[in-house]
Design a protein around this ligand. Structure first.
Ligand SMILES: C[S@@+](CC[C@H](N)C(=O)[O-])C[C@H]1O[C@@H](n2cnc3c(N)ncnc32)[C@H](O)[C@@H]1O
Length: 359
């Protein structure tokens, strides 16, 4: 049982929004990163060959994520389809390997998209929203997105130089320079280089705020193609990207009815000592989980579509009592107290989701 800072306190439950027809929430098709994998059947429903093949086998993902059977075929009106982009960063807790699965639970239509725990922005890159508000507490990460949006050519050029020089020695000299430098185009290129070549793609800083992740001995940076990088930059141009704690998204009352908010907070640890991956220099405490739930409740009551990712543990189920829970066929193995613990993931929505059935 996860240890938390304090016992979960009951939050107001959110009534399921009866006023919205269920058909408005038919799930999206699962999409891979290749549009070619999609075809449309006689009922106008996308079918995904890769998806169906995938459905028939167990796949083990690094870091220790296993996908089990996926739900049956999901639907997406063809007009909404845009080829998903892949995140250009590696990120602990990143959703890039399961975005297709998560997209099945997003509302079919919504106005603006909000993602206040941005990380590698996997869902944003997958969904291609027309207007987005993205934010994260990690200032270096947010600087990096703003630089990629505004200066993709210059950053890509610098990344190619780092690629040529990539070695353990180069990594540590870039890391030293990174810890002495201020935000700039070069600094964001360093951030991406370090992220691509470090150990496990984690972001960790010491008590002095110095980035201290060791070299990961990766042979290649696995950079997106130049065209892809420009597409990423173009998509980021549709977003307002801010460095802020998640609560600030509701400052100035900017979120409106029919907006869609996806919360992907750091998950509660299994034990108090299990904060092995600090996303920022601050820990994400149980009180923070409670504040996410409070905000989620307020937004749902305002008429927004709210979706939350979290661990499928009792405390989280209690925290979101009255919401719609969708168990994901995804298991994470988390090391705590010298043992490996299996934790399932869950999607929690303020709206009902219908599963498309193959006829
Ligand atoms: C689980 S990760 C999000 C992963 C992301 N969905 C992806 O696909 O890569 C959680 C993110 O929340 C950020 N974060 C942690 N505490 C925060 C806070 N109090 N306010 C806003 N962001 C926070 C971290 O910097 C991290 O990027």
């Amino acid at each position: 049982m996860p240890h938390h800072q304090s016992a979960p306190r009951a939050t107001k439950s959110v009534p399921v929004r009866e006023s919205v027809s269920e058909s408005a929430y038919q799930p999206h098709a699962d999409m891979t990163h290749h549009q070619s994998a999609l075809r449309i059947n006689h009922t106008g429903v996308h079918q995904n060959k890769r998806y169906n093949q995938f459905n028939n086998k167990m796949t083990t993902f690094s870091p220790k994520i296993r996908e089990m059977k996926l739900p049956s075929q999901l639907q997406l009106p063809s007009s909404q389809f845009q080829p998903p982009l892949k995140p250009f960063l590696r990120w602990a807790g990143g959703k890039s390997r399961i975005t297709g699965l998560l997209a099945a639970y997003t509302p079919k239509t919504y106005n603006r998209y909000w993602e206040p725990f941005l990380g590698s922005a996997a869902m944003f890159f997958y969904l291609h929203p027309e207007k987005a508000f993205l934010s994260d507490n990690n200032s270096a990460l947010v600087d990096c997105y703003n630089q990629v949006r505004d200066n993709p050519e210059k950053i890509y050029e610098k990344l190619k130089e780092h690629t040529k020089k990539n070695s353990e020695e180069h990594y540590y000299s870039v890391r030293d320079l990174y810890n002495k430098s201020k935000p700039s185009i070069s600094q964001s290129a360093r951030f991406i280089y370090l992220n691509k070549t470090n150990f496990n793609g984690i972001f960790r800083v010491n008590t002095k705020g110095e980035y201290n992740v060791p070299y990961g001995h990766k042979k290649s940076l696995a950079l997106p193609s130049y065209e892809n990088f420009l597409e990423i930059s173009d998509l980021l141009k549709k977003a307002d990207i801010r460095h802020q704690p998640f609560e600030n998204i509701e400052n100035n009352n900017l979120i409106k009815e029919n907006d869609f908010i996806y919360f992907d907070p750091p998950y509660p640890p299994l034990t108090a000592t299990a904060y092995f991956t600090h996303y920022t220099s601050e820990r994400f405490l149980w009180a923070d989980q409670e504040r996410v739930a409070e905000l989620a409740n307020e937004l749902a009551e305002k008429g927004c579509h709210v979706m939350i990712s979290n661990s499928d543990v009792e405390q989280i189920r209690k925290l979101y009592r009255g919401w719609n829970f969708h168990e994901l066929p995804v298991v994470r193995w988390i090391a705590a107290n010298g043992k490996r613990h299996k934790v399932k993931e869950v999607i929690i929505t303020s709206y009902k989701v219908l599963q498309g059935k193959e006829k």
